[in-house]
Design a protein. Sequence first.
Length: 188
Amino acid sequence: MIDRRGALLTMAALFGSQLFAPLARAAGFVPGVRTPINTGPVSPPVFTPDQRALVTALCERVMPTTDTPGAIAAGVPDYIEHMLSDWAVDDDRATILDGLAAIEARSRRDYRAGAASASPEQQDALLTLAMNGALPGGAAFFENFRQLVVTGYFTSEIGITQEREYLPVPGRYDGAYPYSSVNKVFSA
């Protein structure tokens, strides 16, 4: 099976030159940085319990559960905290933490409730504000957060085996294979 660093390299190609720095470090694009990816407990913790609840809610809005499991089932909130703890420098973490604070403040102002407990439609509206740069630091937050969610999801076991069709050794070459019989994107 593909290892997480290999999957990160594949995801890095998707994001190109706009790759969030912690992802580049974890994928091995930064010279001299080649340490094992931590799969144990996060040390030191990055999020407060309220921030963790918000990250969890927003992850599910970016990669929701449909006919396949979503971001929460794939462990994306833990992945994000690992990335920020193990691979991010202070400025990288600040982009995410400041964005979470801006979303929380806007939710309390507009909905009189914390963003984690807002309705899915309200959370979508908050993420849209961030994406469109209508929140302080929102555009940078959204782009980096989205990269973390998508990368965390598609490098997880669920993302590789359930969302995509995992073929460790693809079968024969067939240049005229009909896409209608694929139904999923292949990963290897």
